[in-house]
Design a protein around this ligand. Structure first.
Ligand SMILES: Nc1nc2c(ncn2[C@@H]2O[C@H](COP(=O)(O)OP(=O)(O)O)[C@@H](OP(=O)(O)OP(=O)(O)O)[C@H]2O)c(=O)[nH]1
Ligand SMILES: [Mn+2]
Length: 197
């Protein structure tokens, strides 16, 4: 086969893997919706997290696959074994680094994210930054139903503590997050508030 043929074949293989990953996540999240008033399909979130990464220059396939799968174990019946068997150990490890233990109390889960993030892999840090970026923007567009001003602002304060532990690996993601922490606003019942008081 010509060298061009080999390149096309490698690219085709990567595209097939990517589509397989999106298909898997879409099926796993198919009964879930986001917490916004529009009832957005949940899969919009993992796809958007992956897009935050490619927009920031991250094209590593394993990282993109992990971004697409990052909430499957935490929020659906998917197991780490299933992910490892289908997508390999590298993808599974990144997903595991981004998965909260939902059997713990929320405050403990939040504390552990702050504590663990500085020690996770570079790829997991990238997914974490892209995940928080997506969620922070989502709240600015349309906060989850029932969230008060205090709850939104506490989320931003906590998110900053988590993302501060993942600095130094992707300037573009950091800049977008810092802009939100400095200037972001959200609207609640017609009133505009600063995200990060
Ligand atoms: N902003 C926003 N978030 C929504 C929405 N629908 C679902 N979520 C998910 O809810 C989580 C944030 O809500 P919380 O109340 O703080 O967390 P919890 O569901 O884990 O208890 C995020 O989980 P996560 O992605 O695992 O991230 P993390 O916040 O745990 O890091 C986010 O993806 C929505 O409409 N807007
Ligand atoms: Mn997420």
């Amino acid at each position: 086969m010509s060298s061009q043929g080999t390149q096309i074949s490698n690219a085709s293989f990567d595209i097939a893997k990517l589509i397989d990953t999106i298909d898997f996540a879409a099926k796993k999240h198919s009964f879930q919706k986001r917490k916004d008033s529009a009832g957005t399909p949940y899969i919009n979130h993992p796809i958007g997290v992956a897009k935050n990464l490619t927009d920031a220059g991250v094209y590593d396939l394993v990282t993109i696959q992990a971004a697409i799968l990052h909430d499957t174990v935490e929020d659906t019946k998917t197991t780490f074994e299933e992910i490892e068997q289908k997508f390999g150990r590298e993808v599974k490890n990144i997903v595991a680094e981004c998965t909260d233990d939902k059997s713990l109390e929320k405050e403990e889960r939040q504390r552990l994210q702050i504590e663990h993030t500085p020690h996770i892999s570079k790829q997991a840090k990238e997914v974490k930054l892209a995940d928080k970026l997506y969620n922070l923007r989502d709240i600015m567009k349309d906060a989850p139903i029932g969230w008060s001003k205090k709850r939104v602002q506490e989320y931003y304060i906590w998110a900053k503590k988590v993302t501060d532990g993942a600095r130094g690996i992707n300037q573009k993601l950091e800049e977008q997050l810092d802009d939100i922490y400095a200037n972001g606003v959200f609207v609640l019942q017609g009133e505009e508030y600063k995200c990060h008081p």
